[in-house]
Each structure stands twice: as structure tokens, then as C-alpha cells.
Design a protein around this ligand. Structure first.
Ligand code: 4AZ
Length: 274
């Protein structure tokens, strides 16, 4: 739930030191790699993964990236609603003057690919900040991407949602759980988990409440492979389709604390009409 907002970096460092480090001693599965437990990949192999960026708010060094997103139409990109929030940006996403989507840039330190202006922001009106349900927003691009960048969304009832399905999550976010943001795109292999695993882990706390009809639970039984801060809005992919968007979870890569993703199939109408 916490992208790389400048306002939050100091607070994050504090909560990380206070809360994550003592846990690390008893939960060594966390923090063993990238994204968490992933590997570098290129957007050449996954051109539908894009970065959401504002150089004005987040600085130039990582091209202004602060969230991930996925291309579902030539001018249509889907990300998390919380990536467009006042809490993260200090203003509504629609008010950010230099909000861009970056396509074709694996390494945010370089200038490969294109930075495309966001023409319109549509935040799911039913997004619930108490539970995190409905964490989805649609960005309309000012210029079209090639058709080869588009990844279809999984439909309701798709077998890709069956527990045990191998899935891959992508992002430029924290690789350690310690606010170490990646310059290169990473991916991690996770599995779709039974809803009961997340219902038990997240019955309703300050972090949120797991709701199976609008969320997907994914990770590994022992933890170690997960999305983290800065990966928000990026895709969870299975069977060649996007099945989820990085949304929230407690910590990163901890055993018994799976990642929670927006169940994209539940929002097909909103995405199609945005
Ligand atoms: C976040 O703060 C965040 N481990 C994203 C994903 C997860 C936790 C936090 C899942 O953006």
C-alpha cells in the first residue's frame, strides 16, 4: 500500500526499522533478493509492464517511477487506485501535471523507450480505502502504444485463478523490504493461493481486509517471493493474461503474509468503460 512517495520515505524507514527488522530475525525468508526473491527481466520480454512516473514529485534519478501498471489496450493502462491517491501524491492523480507512463524502459536510470503523457485518469469510484477493495484505476494515454504491448485481462471464471497456478509479478519496487528501490525491472514467481489463506492472514486489520470477490491471494507458502513497496499497480500474470494488480499485504515476503492483488476480472466493466 505504500508506493515510493517522498512524503512517506522517512516514515517508511522508521516503520521498517521498528517493525520489520525485529521480525527479520525470526523470518529469514524475507529480503533475500529482488522485487522480493525475484530476478531482473527486460521489458522486451514483457512489453506490457510499464512504470507510472512523475519526475516533478519523485525526482529524475529513477525516471520519476513510483508505481507499476499494465497495458490492456493501445491507449489504456491499468494501475492501482491508491497510486492515484492524495495520500501518495499529495494531490489527486488527475492533478499531477507531469503524470507519465513509461514504456520500453527496463532500466529507469536510462532513457530507452517512451514517456507518454497521461490524458485521463479514472479511479474506481467504489475503491474502499478501509478494506482496499476495488484498488484499480485506468489511465488513458495521449499516444497509442504498439498492439504488441497489450496483455489481455483474464475473464471471470478463468482457470488462471485456480489455486496452485504459477504466476509472475513484475515491478521496479523495493527489493529488500528496506526501501531499496530497483533501477531495473524485476519479476518474481509466485502461486495463486487459496482464498482461505488470505482470509486467515487478513481478517480485517489496519492494513485491510481480504475479500475473495475483489482480491486475489498469491505468494509462496514459505514466503520469500513477493511484491513490495513501489511495485503497486504492477501486473500479476498467469496463462498469458493479467489476473491481478499489486495492491497490498503486510510486509514483504514474510511467511504467512501473502501478497494481495486486485482481482482484475471483477473490474472488467469499469476498465472497458473508462
Ligand atoms: C506497498 O506498500 C505494498 N507484499 C505492495 C505489496 C505488498 C506490500 C506492500 C505485498 O505498495
Amino acid at each position: 500500500m505504500r508506493p515510493t512517495s517522498p512524503a512517506l520515505v522517512g516514515a517508511l524507514a522508521l516503520t521498517t526499522a521498528a517493525a520489520v527488522l525485529p521480525l527479520a530475525a525470526s523470518a529469514p525468508a524475507a529480503a533475500d533478493g529482488v522485487i522480493i526473491g525475484g530476478q531482473p527481466v527486460t521489458v522486451g520480454d514483457s512489453p506490457w509492464v510499464v512504470a507510472v512516473a512523475s519526475r516533478g514529485l519523485f525526482g529524475d534519478s529513477r525516471s520519476g517511477q513510483y508505481c507499476g501498471a499494465v497495458v490492456v489496450g493501445r491507449t489504456k493502462v491499468v494501475t492501482a487506485a491508491h497510486c492515484m491517491s492524495r495520500e501518495v501524491l499529495g494531490m489527486e492523480g488527475s492533478s499531477v501535471p507531469d503524470l507519465k507512463v513509461i514504456a520500453g524502459r527496463s532500466d529507469l536510470g536510462g532513457d530507452a523507450g517512451r514517456e507518454i503523457k497521461v490524458r485521463k485518469v479514472a479511479v474506481n469510484p467504489d475503491y474502499d480505502t478501509a478494506t482496499n477493495a476495488g484498488d484499480v484505476a485506468v489511465l488513458t494515454l495521449a499516444q497509442a502504444l504498439p498492439a504488441g504491448h497489450v496483455l489481455p485481462m483474464a475473464g471471470k471464471g478463468s482457470s488462471a485463478y485456480e489455486p496452485g497456478t504459477e504466476a509472475t509479478v513484475y515491478g521496479w519496487g523495493d527489493t529488500t523490504g528496506n526501501s531499496t528501490y530497483a533501477s531495473r525491472l524485476h519479476s518474481a514467481n509466485v502461486r495463486v493461493l487459496e482464498d482461505g489463506v488470505c482470509e486467515e492472514a487478513y481478517p480485517g486489520t489496519l492494513d485491510g481486509r481480504y475479500e475473495a470477490d475483489s482480491m486475489v491471494c498469491a505468494g509462496r507458502p514459505g514466503g520469500g517471493h513477493d511484491a513490495c513497496q513501489g511495485d503497486s499497480g504492477g501486473p500479476l500474470v498467469a496463462h498469458g493474461r493479467v489476473i491481478g494488480l499489486v495492491s497490498w499485504g503486510s510486509g514483504c515476503g514474510e511467511a504467512g503474509r501473502p501478497g494481495v492483488y486486485t482481482r482484475i476480472s471483477s473490474f472488467a466493466d469499469f476498465v472497458d468503460e473508462a
